[in-house]
Design a protein around this ligand. Sequence first.
Ligand code: SME
Length: 163
Amino acid sequence: MHDFLIPKDKSKEEKYRNIVSQIESLVENESNIISILSNISAAIHQTFKWLWVGFYIVKGDELILGPFQGPVACFRIKKGEGVCGKTWLLRKTIIVPDVEKFPGHIACSSQSRSEIVLPIFKNKKTYGVLDIDSEELNTFDSIDQQYLEVLVGIIERKLIDNS
Ligand code: SME
């Protein structure tokens, strides 16, 4: 295990490419999914310093708080509720440029201003979501979506390998 290295003064794309390659080698020999999700949330948080980076995992008819980095968050979210529950319902990534304009947004932290949530699938069913909150408006765009979907792909391969 070596230090997770964060390139300085690089573009967003370069930072993402760095996370993807380091995460790929970091998780190569690990099969415990909670440990993998923990280190992925840490790597994203350490790189971009966003307010909250973490996972909610489907259990029954709710999403339950999983590994994360950032302020204390809500334990449970119902299907269809908030950005996370809506991502579960719609099975697609949601980018929210201004959380105050998203009907039903769940404010775990009053500091959160914009958000991106991506679904994670296991055998075509939603396993959980990756949720990222920023303290600034309009933080996330299609570049974030593209690279975060690559990271979600790494997780989905691990979920299949371990099933
Ligand atoms: N804002 C999310 C809730 C989770 S927290 O942001 C960590 C939502 O509306 O689903």
